[in-house]
Design a protein around this ligand. Structure first.
Ligand code: SAH
Length: 242
């Protein structure tokens, strides 16, 4: 089947002949914003079953119904890469989550570090940004966004096999890139600090971990949101699925 431009994430099973009831928000998006009507086609994905073409069978203001016609693309999961970052002010945090979903992160973990400004995050809002990013970039996978947790807690139970690409601003200007034979195919995580950087004890702890690979992101200090995108690019082009 040809791939439709309008794409919608749904929280249901997908298969030929399946009917999908729309929530009020989904109906508003499809019929109010995208101006679809009965008979129109769109693409559906649920995060794990690939992409499917569906047809609008009922269109209302507060709801509607779709019928699934057939599969249009196979499931594409990202490499096993987590993005661990310290949330910034609202719009910049939104940006990081959106870009991480587009760039193929498998899991997004906001952490509170010593110099993190944000006390709390709206996990549901951030998750909705990840869904929207997947809808817009043709993805079939949506990375889960976890709740905010303290970095110490995360590191206390860090899995032995998961490598850490530690973006260490102390290496600015030094060439410390990722070697392309470093544990390709292994589980990885990228660590990005807050605007104030990682504290000295945090840097020490990260550097002391056997899983850590400290890297430089070039001769300039990047803002944390830029650093997240740069690090994802570097990892994906060296060890990922690009
Ligand atoms: N205020 C800090 C910079 C923080 S930048 C200082 O002046 O030192 C925010 C985060 O982005 C850093 O914690 C680091 O994880 C990452 N980062 C930014 N530029 C970097 C670079 N050139 N190399 C490695 N990491 C970098």
């Amino acid at each position: 089947m040809t791939r439709e431009k309008t794409r919608l994430f749904v929280d249901t099973a997908l298969g030929v002949g399946q009917s999908v009831d729309l929530t009020r928000e989904q109906a508003h998006y499809l019929f109010g914003v995208m101006r679809l009507g009965p008979g129109a086609r769109l693409a559906l994905f649920n995060g794990h079953a690939g992409e499917w073409t569906a047809e609008v069978t009922e269109a209302g203001k507060r709801g509607g119904r779709l019928s699934v016609l057939g599969q249009s693309a196979a499931q594409l999961d990202p490499p096993d890469l987590w993005l661990v970052f310290a949330p910034l002010r609202k719009a910049r945090t939104d940006f990081i989550v959106e870009k991480a979903a587009e760039m193929g992160a498998a899991r997004i973990l906001p952490v509170q570090t010593e110099f993190t400004n944000a006390e709390r995050i709206r996990q549901d809002r951030l998750q909705a940004h990840a869904v929207e990013a997947a809808e817009q970039c043709g993805g079939t996978f949506v990375p889960p966004v976890e709740n905010l947790q303290k970095i110490e807690k995360l590191l206390d139970t860090w899995p032995a096999e998961r490598r850490i690409m530690f973006a260490d601003e102390a290496l600015v200007g030094r060439s410390r890139a990722l070697a392309d034979d470093t544990a390709r195919g292994a589980p990885w995580a990228i660590f990005i600090g807050p605007e104030g950087g990682f504290s000295e004890p945090e840097r020490k702890r990260l550097r002391a971990m056997a899983q850590a690979h400290p890297v430089s992101l070039g001769p300039r200090i990047l803002r944390a949101d830029t650093a997240a995108v740069a690090a994802l690019t570097l990892w994906q082009s060296t060890l990922g699925d690009w």
